[in-house]
Write a new protein. Structure first.
Length: 201
């Protein structure tokens, strides 16, 4: 039928619809300090006008461990990635790399990521704030079809940034998160415009 009813239209991609930018907490570790960082990033993202977000815990994505890739998609996670305009990953550095479960989860989608923006927040106990995990993750994100931005957040000495109850001790991280959000939101807008208006060559 050529005539659609008004309520049939998907309004999520309309130019003025809010951007959807979920935050992914990328480690399942018991006692993870990255959770505090992810909650703060989620809070700052939620505070942005014109942006909807959601905090996705990699622990909560039900995935088989005896297979890999798109054949083990979790429908809910895939639908969230399909709907999103961008992603923020909050990722601790484990032996200079990323947590295996995060990679396992990311690998379950492909088309869903294409021409969407991504920003990364690295977390480490040491002084360089997960810089190595960010560098190692960038080629993976590019291969998935995501568009990386040039601002990261480095949560260095994470035990000094939040106390044991998750209270923020070092407010300087807020400015860095906001800077990442400025760039990510701009890139997400640009890419939405491109997806909606510029046909692939
Ligand atoms: C398996 C493992 C490997 C780690 N490797 C590194 C590392 O390479 N560099 C680093 O700065 N911290 C490393 N850490 C410490 C983490 O940076 C620290 O646990 C920090 O709190 C962030 O991770 P979390 O969210 O799991 O707490 C490692 C921790 C674990 C559990």
């Amino acid at each position: 039928m050529l005539v659609s009813r008004l309520w049939d239209f998907d309004t999520s991609n309309m130019p003025d619809a809010p951007l959807f930018i979920p935050v992914i907490l990328g480690t399942p570790r018991q006692g993870r300090k990255s959770e505090n960082a992810a909650r703060l990033v989620f809070e700052r993202t939620s505070a942005r006008a014109g942006v909807e977000t959601e905090l996705i815990d990699v622990r909560d994505i039900p995935l088989r461990l005896d297979d890999a890739g798109e054949q083990i998609k979790d429908p809910k996670f895939s639908a969230t990635v399909q709907r999103c305009d961008g992603l923020i990953l909050v990722v601790p550095e484990y032996n200079h790399g990323y947590p295996g479960l995060l990679k396992h989860a990311l690998d379950t989608n492909l088309e869903e990521y294409i021409h969407k923006a991504v920003g990364v927040c690295g977390v480490s106990a040491g002084p360089i704030g997960g810089a190595r995990v960010i560098e190692n993750l960038l080629p993976v994100l590019r291969e998935l079809g995501l568009v990386t931005i040039f601002n990261d957040v480095n949560f260095s000495h994470i035990r000094d940034v939040f106390d044991d109850n998750g209270k923020l001790l070092d407010e300087t991280v807020i400015g860095r998160i906001d800077k990442l959000l400025n760039e990510l939101i701009w890139m997400a807008r640009v890419l939405r415009h491109g997806r909606n208006s510029i046909p692939p060559v």
